[in-house]
Design a protein around this ligand. Structure first.
Ligand code: AMP
Length: 221
């Protein structure tokens, strides 16, 4: 497989991006750059960016392009990403995608492959409703499809699992609407660049992962 690979994981909330990212981290040590995680970390630290982002995230809307581009730019050129990275939840608008291309080309970098995980809205809604997180490690579970060994508790630490505020039903529909309106146009954008790989996200996580790995093996060195 090509070293120093740059991947985008694209898909609606609940499509399984996080699950696949965890698998890629475990097997290949890729660095995951999740703008959602970065923003949640900023909120819990009480930074200026966190304070600006909180009410927007709670409503299921998108944080401004300037803010997310700023936090991603700081990370993609850091030493931790020298061996490659996968972007999870970024870009989410055409403006973000165009800016990312510009930032990368200034440094002679480019995105190698964009995995689009396709799932219908009703499945995404069911998956999100069951999602629970262990805050400190980022480990995720699903009470229906991937339950913890002890209800409500992290398998490793035994600490409490929580549901994200924006995973609550009233907000999820709004996040999906935002996805269809603002993020789905990226499918065409990356199709035109010839780097989009669409994957059926309704199958088992193992089968999806196998398809991702096969594509990664075919990325030219
Ligand atoms: P996620 O964890 O990827 O589902 O992101 C949670 C929330 O963070 C989203 O619903 C947005 O409010 C915000 N967010 C994350 N990534 C972005 C982005 N690339 N652009 C704008 N807002 C974002």
């Amino acid at each position: 497989m090509k070293k120093n690979i740059h991947i985008i994981l694209l898909g609606p909330p609940g499509c399984g991006k996080g699950t696949q990212a965890q698998k890629l981290i475990r097997e290949f040590g890729f660095v995951q750059l999740s703008t959602g995680d970065m923003l949640r970390a900023a909120i819990s630290k009480g930074t200026e960016i966190g304070m600006q982002a909180k009410s927007i995230i709670d409503k299921g809307e998108l944080v401004s392009d300037e803010i997310v581009i700023g936090i991603v730019r700081d990370r993609i050129f850091s030493t931790e990403c020298e061996c490659g990275y996968m972007l999870d939840g970024f870009p989410r608008t055409l403006a973000q995608a165009e800016k990312l291309d510009q930032i990368l080309s200034d440094r002679n970098q480019k995105i190698d492959v964009v995995f689009r995980l396709c799932v219908p809205d009703d499945m995404a809604i069911r998956r999100i409703a069951g999602r629970r997180f262990h805050i400190t490690s980022g480990r995720s579970y699903n009470i229906e499809f991937n339950p913890p060994k002890i209800e409500g508790r992290d398998d490793i630490t035994g600490e409490k699992l929580v549901q994200r505020e924006d995973d609550k039903e009233e907000i999820v529909q709004s996040r999906l609407n935002t996805y269809h309106e603002l993020t789905e146009p990226l499918v065409r954008y990356y199709q035109k660049q010839g780097i989009l790989k669409a994957i059926d996200g309704t199958g088992s996580p193992e089968n999806i992962y196998a398809e991702i790995k096969q594509t990664l093996n075919e990325v030219p060195a």
